[in-house]
Design a protein around this ligand. Structure first.
Ligand SMILES: Nc1ncnc2c1ncn2[C@@H]1O[C@H](COP(=O)(O)OP(=O)(O)O)[C@@H](O)[C@H]1O
Ligand SMILES: [Mg+2]
Length: 377
């Protein structure tokens, strides 16, 4: 036994050191759960540049982006606030640099396909008022139509491969998109209210998140994949799959609640694309909106279900299926919110898969409109 512990320690320690002194518990959590959201916690390795230069296309001048500051750094990507020119009058944009070509291509195509208005010829995003494509000069009335969830995602402006000269020319992948000015991540939004988000405001934010999720889930996407013996076509609702509290942005604009969504994740075994996975995240957001303190994520996990405001308890029972709470023997919210496929995909005592009790965003949107004041004490 002692030998086993020693071998495990020898294997884990270098990883711990290499991953910038995160604790073993953090590492285990990171490997087993699908919610990294650790932009502020870890030391990151920023790119050592003040400008990002795009490629030369058709002999035209390169696009140059001027870095203002780093706004987020995860394990895979760094996000920067940039301007598309050297002066203060140039447009602010968000530039994201990553190492993973698959994730980059997925996000690029996802955002392109949602773009407000796209050129039918080159598929690049164009402004609503443009009658001629600024990228390829195309004119015509065959602009690709806006999709229902498009207004809530950033529009993509540029995507290119980039050599990081400070890292021996390592190849990185860049996306340039709208910068959501004045927005905070849902987590920071909650933390910014020392006394907790006022109940009426919390309900409006949750309703907007649920409404946008319902819009997203109405869009159907078809993927074609190579399979042994041919191609497989699948049509599924559009899902986010990594719908955590740092990928949802909130702003109160002249009293109006605005919500935006960033960082859609490509399908993987850890991050499956199904509506109920997104809806489990939304239930977490509901509980988080009732929390206070600097670390609303931990508070959300520690929340005692029976001590939540009555309306909120009813909401999460409705959203995730009251019987599932009994099956999970859930006292604290983490007892149910940390459950993964192994729990939701398994059948309950009535031989029904547990996720079947999870309600759709559309149902929960109706519920919220009929049940006001769920956050009231
Ligand atoms: N379009 C944007 N507008 C404003 N802030 C953004 C935008 N995109 C990303 N951010 C900020 O950068 C952080 C990291 O970006 P994200 O795309 O989520 O990368 P990662 O894949 O590392 O999670 C976000 O949590 C958010 O704070
Ligand atoms: Mg993210």
């Amino acid at each position: 036994m002692n030998k086993l512990v020693l071998v495990a320690a020898m294997l884990i320690m270098p990883m711990v050191q290499a991953m910038n002194s995160r604790s073993v518990i953090d590492l285990i959590n990171w490997f087993t759960k699908s919610e990294p959201c650790m932009q502020r916690k870890i030391h990151h390795d920023p790119v050592g540049t003040k400008v990002f230069k795009g490629p030369k296309i058709d002999g035209r001048k390169r696009k140059t982006y001027f870095v203002q500051k780093c706004i987020g750094a995860g394990l895979e990507n760094q996000a920067y606030l940039v301007r598309d020119g050297p002066t203060k009058n140039d447009t602010l944009l968000c530039l994201k640099v990553g190492n993973d070509v698959g994730g980059w291509e997925y996000e690029r195509d996802f955002l392109r396909e949602r773009a407000d208005k796209q050129c039918a010829k080159c598929s690049k995003s164009v402004d609503k008022d443009d009658e001629q494509c600024p990228h390829c000069g195309h004119t015509g009335d065959d602009w690709k139509k806006i999709t229902p969830s498009a207004p809530y995602f950033p529009r993509i402006h540029d995507a290119f491969e980039w050599k990081d000269k400070n890292r021996d020319g390592a190849l990185k992948y860049v996306l340039v998109m709208d910068f959501f000015e004045g927005f905070k991540t849902l987590k920071d939004f909650v933390a910014s209210y020392a006394a907790g988000v006022p109940p009426a405001l919390a309900q409006r934010v949750l309703t907007e998140i649920v409404r946008i999720t319902a819009l997203m889930h109405t869009e159907m996407v078809t993927t074609i994949r190579k399979r042994r013996g041919g191609m497989k076509t699948t049509t599924k609702p559009l899902c986010h799959a990594d719908y955590h509290e740092c990928n949802i942005m909130v702003k109160i604009d002249n009293g109006q609640v605005q919500v935006r969504v960033i960082d859609p994740h490509m399908p993987s075994t850890m991050k499956p694309h199904n509506k109920y996975t997104d809806m489990v995240f939304v239930a977490k957001h509901a509980v988080m909106l009732s929390c206070r303190g600097n670390n609303p994520k931990d508070e959300m996990k520690e929340a005692v279900i029976n001590e939540l405001p009555t309306g909120l308890r009813r909401y999460i029972h409705e959203a995730l299926g009251a019987s599932n709470f009994d099956e999970a023997k859930a006292l604290k919210f983490k007892d149910i919110s940390d459950k993964n496929e192994a729990f939701w995909g398994r059948k309950n005592s009535e031989n029904i898969k547990r996720h079947k009790y999870i309600k759709s965003a559309d149902d929960m949107h109706k519920y919220l409109r009929q049940n006001l004041g769920i956050f009231n004490a």
